[in-house]
Every structure is written in structure tokens, then in C-alpha cells.
Design a protein around this ligand. Structure first.
Ligand SMILES: C[S@@+](CC[C@H](N)C(=O)[O-])C[C@H]1O[C@@H](n2cnc3c(N)ncnc32)[C@H](O)[C@@H]1O
Length: 210
């Protein structure tokens, strides 16, 4: 938990309590339904919570922003972001029911009210969002296809509405055709070696003008 304080100084008492509760909640639920590996449970705050919050280093979501987390698994990056941005509305989607069950239980344990979940494939979601966040779900080309038409046109942020994807390694091939993508290197924000090759990719959505 100290590692969260190290990079996010102005947390409210509620946020501190919610972040602190995550370890126990995930340990409990992971015993019943395994959604996070043992190694990752031991380093939950580094590998899952702080990594998810990497998105917050490049984007401060305004109140009433709508964000979808696609393929959230056990709730990453959606749950840490929903704690950090309590006035932003999060929708966490995953096609595996037991993962959504864990997310629902953790959300209930935290008392988070700005988050809803759907058990289903993202292709079937019929709504629009300011931003779509994700980690470790699909190659960018597939992801763009799945999320097509789901980004709203009304802009409220300095960064254009679009995708904010946590990725790692060499992305030159994967992002070759996305000339408007911006890559933010997480080592610019976090010192730990875990982040050495990790990045946030911002892909703004292009809209046809009338
Ligand atoms: C490797 S896990 C990553 C989970 C989480 N984002 C994380 O980083 O810890 C990928 C997740 O994406 C989900 N997934 C894959 N394709 C999907 C789709 N088309 N719609 C919704 N969820 C999907 C899988 O069920 C799985 O839980």
C-alpha cells in the first residue's frame, strides 16, 4: 500500500481505506475463485494496482466521464481507477462469468458506487464512452475492431476521446498503422524495475466530419 502513497499523495480517507482493503478482498476471493496468480497476489499493489493507475498519470478523468474497461479479468485496470476517480462512471466488461463474480464481490466489499459490470463480450456492448481502457486483452487491431462505434464524440478532455491501453515491450510492429497513437513510458512516472518496458498507449478515435 505504501507504494500507492508514494505516487498518489492526495488520497481521501475513503480512497485510502478502499485501496487498503484490496489485499484482503483479493486474497479471500482468490481462494474461492482463482483469478489472480499467487505471485501477483503477493505483489498486488505493484503489479496490479499501481500498474492500473499508470493510466492516471497520463489522464485525469473529469467528473461524469464514462469509461469502459474491456476484458477486466479480476478488475484491472478498472477497480483501482474507479477508486481514484470516484466521480467518473466505470463499466467493467468480461466474457468470463467467474471473473465478473469476483469483481462484483470486491466492488461490494469496497462499497464502490461508480462502477457497473457486465458479463459478456465487448462486441455485444451497445453504448458509448469517452474512454476505453484495457490491459492484456487483444492486439490493437482486434481491439479497435471490437470497440468500433463505442467512443462518444463529445470531447471533454485535453487528450482526445479514445483508447488508453496498458501495454509492454516493443510496440513498433503492432502500432505501425496507428500514426496518431501516443506512447507514454511508465518509467517516466514510476521507478520500480517492474515498469521498465511498460507503457500507456493513447489511441484517439477519428471521426468523420459531417
Ligand atoms: C489476460 S486477461 C487480462 C485481465 C485484466 N485486464 C488484467 O490485466 O489483469 C484477458 C481477459 O479478457 C477477457 N476477454 C477476452 N476477449 C474478450 C471480449 N471480446 N470481451 C470481453 N472480455 C474479453 C478474458 O475473459 C480475460 O478475462
Amino acid at each position: 500500500m505504501e507504494i500507492i502513497h508514494k505516487y498518489f499523495k492526495n488520497l481521501s480517507d475513503t480512497q485510502i481505506e478502499q485501496f487498503s482493503k484490496l489485499q484482503e478482498l483479493y486474497e479471500d476471493w482468490n481462494l474461492k475463485i482463482n483469478v489472480v496468480s499467487r505471485k501477483d497476489i503477493d505483489e498486488l499493489y505493484l503489479r496490479h494496482v499501481l500498474h492500473s493507475l499508470g493510466i492516471a498519470k497520463v489522464m485525469q478523468f473529469m467528473p461524469d466521464t464514462k469509461v469502459m474497461d474491456v476484458g477486466t479479468g479480476g478488475g484491472f485496470p478498472g477497480i483501482p481507477l474507479a477508486i481514484l476517480f470516484p466521480e467518473t462512471q466505470f463499466h467493467l466488461v468480461d466474457s468470463i462469468g467467474k471473473k465478473i463474480k469476483v469483481v462484483n464481490e470486491v466492488v461490494e466489499g469496497l462499497g464502490l458506487e461508480n462502477l457497473k459490470t457486465t458479463h459478456g463480450r465487448v462486441e455485444e456492448v451497445n453504448d458509448t464512452y469517452d474512454f476505453i481502457v484495457s490491459r492484456a486483452v487483444a492486439q490493437m487491431e482486434t481491439f479497435v475492431r471490437w470497440t468500433k462505434g463505442k467512443i462518444s464524440k463529445k470531447q471533454n478532455h485535453e487528450l482526445k476521446n479514445g483508447i488508453l491501453y496498458l501495454k509492454g515491450g516493443d510496440l513498433s510492429e503492432e502500432l505501425k498503422k496507428y500514426t496518431t497513437a501516443t506512447i507514454y513510458d511508465l518509467p517516466n512516472y514510476f521507478d520500480e524495475p517492474f515498469f521498465e518496458t511498460k507503457k500507456v498507449v493513447h489511441l484517439p478515435m477519428k471521426f468523420k466530419s459531417k
